[in-house]
Write a protein that binds this ligand. Structure first.
Ligand code: SF4
Length: 314
């Protein structure tokens, strides 16, 4: 299989979407006003320590507006740039399975009915917030329209999980992934490079661990600090070391080399919200980061998976 393009030496989301749907496909983030058990007091009030008090999904729509209004606003904006295209509904903000099943059914059904060109439903959530009946329903829905579940791992290291108040264990993550895979639902896992206390080797180990989870996609983010997060507020009082761009690029190149070649790379950088942003500055330069990663992969003569199972790349 060779799913790489001359531009990227990894299996990019764009390549996958064009191959699967035969056209440009946009993600349309919608905000249904969900909360998060790690923020509402169920698990904790502080959230994961990198997450702003406003919650995750800063680019999702305004929850005070109807789904329809949010959808058409973003769709029209996307079409200014790309006249043609189909859509993936993306429930991005906070924990998008954190509600009773009947409410979720109503919401997802309403969202996928918004436009005949909607080709998939993508739901971001936590590994400990998907009940069996919700999963059963999503498996049935997945037979009508592709459903993707996006699950945060961030790091496979228990000490990091505890230090950053993620509120789940590696075992809980693995159990959830196993159940989702049994239902044949496409799974995208989110990891973060540059979490306090982690070495390059630890981050690479997290990527290697993903190969054992039978998942279909990965989002690789760089840690950025935002106002309203525990890490951000700590940094303002007493700055601590953060990854540099060159170190991040070096780490991502190694992670891509290790990841199986058929895992789709949904992202290779974060996308910080400018109004809440604190540091590091380079994380704002999305295209610079992407170009540097491409450059590094070429320099090292790496393609995604060239070190998977320690196979040499020729
Ligand atoms: S990162 Fe996600 S799981 Fe963690 S507190 Fe924020 S919304 Fe909740």
């Amino acid at each position: 299989m060779n799913s790489f393009t001359p531009q990227h030496r990894y299996y990019s989301l764009d390549t996958y979407l064009k191959k699967r749907f035969g056209t440009k496909v946009f993600k349309i983030p919608l905000n249904a006003g969900f909360t998060c058990p790690n923020r509402d007091g169920t698990l904790s009030n502080q959230g994961c320590f990198f997450c702003s008090a406003m919650g995750s999904g800063e680019y999702a729509g305004n929850p005070d507006e109807s789904l329809e209004k949010q959808f058409y606003k973003i769709k029209n904006k996307m079409h200014e740039k790309w006249p043609e295209g189909k859509y993936i509904i993306y429930f991005q903000a906070n924990t998008n399975t954190y509600a009773p099943l009947n409410q979720l059914q109503e919401l997802y059904q309403a969202a996928i009915s918004l436009d005949p060109n909607i080709v998939a439903l993508s739901i971001a959530t936590r590994c400990d917030a998907i009940c069996d009946d919700t999963l059963e329903y999503l498996a049935a829905l997945n037979k009508r329209i592709p459903v993707w579940l996006e699950i945060g791992l961030q790091s496979k290291h228990e000490e990091t999980m505890k230090r950053l108040n993620l509120g789940y264990t590696l075992a809980a993550f693995q159990t959830a992934i196993r159940k989702i895979q049994q239902k044949k639902i496409e799974t995208v896992v989110h990891i973060i490079n540059g979490l306090p206390g982690e070495t390059k080797e630890m981050m690479i180990e997290t990527a290697r661990f993903l190969n054992t989870q039978n998942i279909q996609g990965v989002k690789i983010h760089s840690l950025y600090l935002v106002k309203g997060s525990v890490l951000g507020e700590t940094f303002i009082k007493q700055p601590f070391p953060l990854l540099t761009l060159s170190k991040y690029v070096e780490i991502v190149a190694e992670q891509l080399a290790i990841l199986q070649p058929d895992i789709v790379i949904h992202r290779i950088n974060g996308d910080p919200p400018r109004d809440l942003f604190i540091a590091p500055q380079w994380t704002l330069k999305k295209f610079v980061i992407m170009n540097e990663i491409d450059k590094k992969m070429r320099q090292l003569n790496y393609v995604q998976g060239c070190k998977y199972n320690n196979k040499a790349f020729h």
